[in-house]
Write a protein that binds this ligand. Structure first.
Ligand code: HEC
Ligand SMILES: [Cu+2]
Length: 267
């Protein structure tokens, strides 16, 4: 059987179907090659990761692993040479988060147990903020990161501002992690470290070893056990002059230890 002995009407239908399909494929190719629109793909088989990382896979081409977690994106700051093409791999360490890179088409969901991917070319200099557009809990509004693109940058690099705030201070690994948790877990929303008055919660400056009075008149000295209790059961002892508004946050024993180590360094 050859194409010539098919019924004329059927031939017409087959020809139209082929042309329409070819048209669609050409539109997709056009969008991908000339309009710079990439179709985000879901790749549940991609190897899961919990730490941010970057690798160079070609000239001006990078793979960056982003981690979304309560309440932060890591890497917090990414520097890119102008003209870079980046494959974004996105995972979540806890709940669903949104991942939108302002000024681009990249708009993904960070879903625990799944790696999502999108590709973007950065043709213009500038700062591209990343925001979470999926309400993910108490510190949702603190979730942000930024990609800085410049023709002055020659090689992509992760510049993580959560760890580079205070270069003068040499922190132990544990205190360093505690410092990151202070931001990531949202403590920063109510506690400050510079001693300023008027915060929702007491300042962490000079907290360790401080003598305090509770609402019920109890006097105590802040130590490891009290800090751990304050985090695990905020309602149990209320510091005099403050409201009982501190939520119970998902903080593990190890994380509490690290936060305590960090608090000890804020004198
Ligand atoms: C919604 C605001 C809020 C958040 C978020 C918050 N706290 Fe608090 N925190 C408070 C308030 C208010 C108090 C004082 C009242 C009390 O004792 O519960 C307090 C008290 C404390 C105390 C005792 C302070 C003192 O002077 O005795 C510690 C320690 C503490 N918080 C640690 C944390 C840590 C660690 C986090 C992050 C994991 C955190 N808090 C997140 C509001 C908050
Ligand atoms: Cu979020």
């Amino acid at each position: 059987m050859s194409f010539s002995n098919i019924d004329a009407t059927e031939k017409k239908v087959v020809t139209i179907a082929v042309l329409v399909s070819a048209g669609h494929l050409m539109l997709i190719a056009y969008a991908a090659m000339f309009l710079n629109i990439s179709v985000p793909t879901c790749q549940p088989n991609e190897k899961l990761f919990t730490e941010p990382s970057i690798s160079k896979v070609g000239p001006l081409r990078y793979e960056v692993h982003y981690v979304a977690k309560m309440w932060n994106f890591l890497p917090k700051k990414l520097l890119l040479p102008k003209g870079s093409t980046v494959d974004f791999y996105l995972g979540s360490n806890d709940v669903n988060h949104g991942f939108h890179i302002n000024g681009t088409h990249v708009n993904l969901m960070a879903v625990p147990g799944v790696v999502n991917k999108a590709t973007q070319i950065f043709r213009e200099n500038g700062d591209y903020p990343i925001i979470c557009h999926e309400y993910c809990g108490f510190g949702h509004q603190n979730m942000n990161a930024v990609i800085s693109v410049s023709d002055k940058i020659t090689e992509a690099v992760i510049e993580d501002s959560t760890q580079a705030n205070d270069p003068k201070l040499e922190l132990s690994a544990s205190a360093k992690s505690g410092k990151e948790l202070f931001g990531v877990k949202g403590c920063v929303a109510c506690h400050n470290v510079d001693g300023a008055a008027g915060g929702v919660g007491p300042t962490f400056r000079g907290l360790y070893g401080r003598s305090e009075e509770m609402q019920d008149g109890l006097k105590l000295t802040v130590d490891d056990a009290y800090i751990a209790e304050s985090i695990k059961e905020p309602i149990k002892k209320i510091v005099k002059g403050y409201n009982p508004v501190m939520p119970v946050l998902p903080v593990s024993e190890d994380e509490i230890k690290n936060i305590t180590e960090y608090i000890k360094t804020i004198k």
